[in-house]
Design a protein around this ligand. Structure first.
Ligand SMILES: Nc1ccn([C@@H]2O[C@H](COP(=O)(O)OP(=O)(O)OP(=O)(O)O)[C@@H](O)[C@H]2O)c(=O)n1
Ligand SMILES: C/C(=C\CO)CCC[C@H](C)CCC[C@H](C)CCCC(C)C
Length: 318
């Protein structure tokens, strides 16, 4: 980006572009390092300009404001990137539901397993796509558009305003449209909440969604198949289901935190993170295993308890 022949300008543009948020949000912001170059004693200045005060003022004004073209390119670049990423994820969501509908129709995957696989995969793949979005502040809203669209889709089909057998078959238990307005709707609402309030920089949202998608999803799959020994206080849930939820939810959470740390969004101490995630995974597993929970769906109770415990152990990192 340092294209101006004047050396002070070169330093100014380099400094702002090092932090894309600065260049996008505060086009008039000039960090102290570039202000330093305005000192007349600086070797970067040309001697003939020092004597001409009006020219000097003009140059200073120009130096304080990064070239407007850079700002415009930044904004349209981010907009393009975020729009493209949103469209890609919308298509992915549509494809995922269609693939599982197809597998259910051909009786390759049984309806309940299909629902749980969609439950596990959609949220985890959605989070996996977060690095595709730009570094702008608005990026999280572009990402949240995808679950928001799915939320509207669930409302429209759940209220039977439009009939779509594919969606109902792949995400409901009994094939009734009104089921879309419970578990699946709470699920997409949690995706929206975590995208907007926590996004990819916070372990709170990442762990909450990992436990809701991966942990809770696997508890059902394992519990239904191998859950012979029931939990003493809940005859509908099994030790295998809960142990699977804890183990798989914990591993997915650590994996996701590691994934985001590789992109530089999260920076945490490994040992401390393992301990904290274990606490959050344990709290989520206990809550999931409780009977009734006052009628609260697992797609609400699990992420909410994760948010509270993760907030207490990690602190708020939006
Ligand atoms: N800790 C757990 C959780 C689930 N299960 C098994 O998975 C089934 C479904 O559990 P869950 O998803 O909690 O049931 P629902 O809330 O009824 O269904 P859903 O949330 O999927 O709509 C249970 O009946 C049980 O066989 C289990 O054995 N142990
Ligand atoms: C069956 C479900 C919950 C019940 O416990 C999950 C419902 C999932 C939604 C209908 C679809 C959600 C799609 C995601 C917002 C985006 C996924 C994108 C990805 C690239 C596949």
């Amino acid at each position: 980006m340092a294209t101006h022949p004047h050396s002070a300008v070169a330093i100014t543009t380099t400094t702002t572009s090092a932090n894309p948020k600065l260049s996008l949000l505060r086009p008039h912001f000039c960090p102290p390092r570039c202000a330093f170059n305005f000192n007349p004693t600086t070797p970067f200045r040309h001697q003939h300009l020092i004597r001409n005060a009006s020219v000097d003022l003009h140059i200073q004004r120009r130096l304080l404001l990064p070239p407007p073209r850079v700002f415009a390119v930044d904004v349209s670049g981010h907009l393009l990137q975020d729009t493209g990423a949103s469209l890609f994820v919308v298509a992915g969501a549509y494809a995922l539901v269609s693939v599982f509908d197809n597998l259910t129709q051909r009786q390759i995957v049984e309806q309940n397993l299909s629902r749980k696989l969609v439950h596990i995969l959609s949220g985890l793949l959605y989070m996996g796509c977060w690095p595709m979005f730009s570094t702008s502040t608005e990026a999280r809203y572009f990402a949240a558009l995808v679950p928001l669209l799915n939320c509207l889709r669930l409302l429209v089909h759940g209220l039977s305003l439009v009939t779509n057998e594919d969606l109902i078959k792949s995400v409901t238990r009994e094939g009734k449209p009104e089921e879309l307005l419970r578990g699946p709707l709470y699920y997409v609402l949690m995706l929206i909440l975590c995208s907007i309030f926590f996004w990819r920089e916070s372990p709170i949202g990442v762990v909450s969604l990992s436990m809701m998608c991966g942990g809770d999803g696997i508890a059902d799959i394992m519990g239904r198949r191998f859950g012979i020994h029931k939990i003493p206080y809940n005859k509908h849930k099994s030790w295998v289901g809960s142990i699977s939820m804890f183990t798989v939810g914990f591993l997915i959470s650590i994996g996701m935190i590691y994934y985001f740390s590789k992109f530089g969004y999260i920076e945490l101490d490994f040992v401390q993170t393992v301990e904290r995630v274990a606490v959050v995974a344990m709290a989520a597993t206990v809550v999931e295993s409780l009977p009734a929970k006052g009628g609260l769906d697992d797609n609400i109770s699990v992420p909410l308890v994760c948010m509270v415990t993760a907030y207490l152990s990690f602190g708020f990192q939006p």
